[in-house]
Design a binder for this molecule. Structure first.
Ligand SMILES: C[S@@+](CC[C@H](N)C(=O)[O-])C[C@H]1O[C@@H](n2cnc3c(N)ncnc32)[C@H](O)[C@@H]1O
Length: 138
């Protein structure tokens, strides 16, 4: 009962299939300072993308989903509009297989450049698959 009361302080997702959000997971301070616009997982050319996801925010979301039990070992992360692949890179670093779809040729190339640069930096292969296509046709 106390747990239910705690949870009611957080904005809750609708739909019975979605797990309730514990109050500890929505404390404001935990989600601040995550958008400094810089990253050590992108190659220099990737900064050309005009609407990049913040890697820090991405790592935080992954951590948050794991805490909630909504992302578990063996799960695959899909980003259907993956841009330069930030979600894919972050997920793969955390040990998840990731799949991305990107429409634009130039961003697809940057995503692959990011993957290859990061793999070289880490000295290991990452489980990242990127497809060029239109997510509206999934
Ligand atoms: C906001 S950006 C994604 C940024 C990405 N999370 C990152 O940090 O690299 C959205 C991307 O979706 C792509 N896009 C837009 N419409 C699309 C579609 N119908 N199918 C696939 N990709 C699409 C755009 O080219 C753009 O690169």
């Amino acid at each position: 009962m106390a747990r239910m009361a705690e949870m009611s302080k957080c904005p809750q997702p609708s739909g019975s299939h979605i797990a309730p959000v514990p109050s500890t997971a929505c404390a404001g301070e935990k989600w601040s300072g995550l958008y400094n616009g810089d990253s050590d997982i992108w190659c220099p050319d990737a900064y050309q993308h005009p609407a990049k996801m913040s890697p820090s925010l991405c790592f935080k979301i992954i951590e948050h989903l794991r805490e909630l039990g909504l992302l578990q070992k063996g799960d695959v992360i899909l980003d259907p509009m993956c841009g330069i692949g930030t979600t894919l890179l972050s997920g793969a670093i955390r040990g998840f297989k990731t799949v991305g779809i990107e429409l634009e040729d130039k961003f697809l190339k940057l995503a692959w450049e990011n993957v290859l640069t990061l793999e070289k930096k880490l000295g290991r292969k990452l489980e990242i698959f990127i497809i060029q296509g239109d997510a509206r046709h999934l």
